[in-house]
Design a protein around this ligand. Structure first.
Ligand code: BTN
Length: 247
């Protein structure tokens, strides 16, 4: 991981570059980094603010020999890597809000976007995009997200080196990825749950057509959200959102 790094001062989105590079045969572990993105992408078609020099905007190209259904495990793995690294930078314990938002003091400081290209049950490549807010002050976060977003600068009250973070994140990622390939998902699942935001608590869940309360039990092997409904039934959810500010 990270033997081949492509660095752009400014680009639309490192995800776009990563898809192009992967289609042209880029090796497993190739990294695309940008100082600034003009069209940063978030999950669910949202945009991702990626101001110049204020955060870590990168994409990792992977060619894992796993089934496409296992791909969400890699996203969960990435979340635990970010939580581990952020933990070493600040006094508060990072939490992971399912599926993949990293929170400091209950505000989002990083997000992960995973995209996959697979055919007939074989993964051609996966692109894991990571956005980490590093040096923004509160006023430098866009007004839309200010109430629920934060940065390492806001939480630690000092500027941090983006390059040092990149190195530490890539090193930790490589270790964790190798372990995952060797030992499978159980260790990652356990670690994820140790960082899980609101595990064991009542949460409000929003799906496309629904809005309800349930107890958050944990995650499944395949990355699904495991919940207990008020009628006692246990369910797994693949696509939903946990409401931010409950009660
Ligand atoms: C989310 O929380 O919605 C995911 C955000 C992912 C943002 C990163 S920044 C680097 C990469 N390039 C993008 O355009 N998006 C991801």
């Amino acid at each position: 991981i990270g033997k081949n790094i492509i660095h752009k001062e400014s680009t639309t989105s490192t995800q776009h570059i990563a898809h192009d590079e992967a289609r042209n045969g880029a090796a497993h572990g190739t990294i695309i980094i940008a100082d600034e993105q003009t069209k940063g992408k978030g999950r669910m078609n949202r945009s991702w603010f990626s101001t110049k020099g204020k955060g870590m905007w990168l994409s990792i190209i992977l060619r894992p020999e796993i089934a496409p259904q296992q791909a969400p495990q890699l996203t969960l793995l990435t979340a635990t890597v970010l939580a581990d690294v952020l933990q070493s930078y600040c006094n508060v314990k990072p939490l992971i809000k399912w599926p993949n938002d990293i929170l400091l003091n209950n505000k989002k400081t990083a997000g992960i976007l995973t995209e996959m290209q697979a055919e007939q049950d074989i993964i051609n490549y996966i692109v894991i995009g990571i956005g980490l807010n590093v040096n923004q002050s509160t006023l430098e976060l866009s007004e839309e997200i200010r109430h629920k977003a934060t940065s390492l600068y806001i939480e630690t009250e000092k500027e941090n080196s983006i390059n040092a973070l990149i190195q530490e994140i890539l090193m930790t990622f490589e270790k964790s990825y190798d372990q995952y390939i060797k030992n499978g998902f159980p260790d990652i699942k356990q670690k994820w749950e140790s960082y899980g935001f609101k595990i064991g608590e009542e949460i409000t869940i929003k799906t496309i057509k629904d809005h309800f309360h349930a107890t958050f039990l944990g995650i499944e092997e395949d990355g699904a959200l495991r919940i207990k409904r008020t009628d006692g039934s246990i369910q797994r959810l693949y696509s939903a959102e946990i409401d931010w500010f409950d009660k």
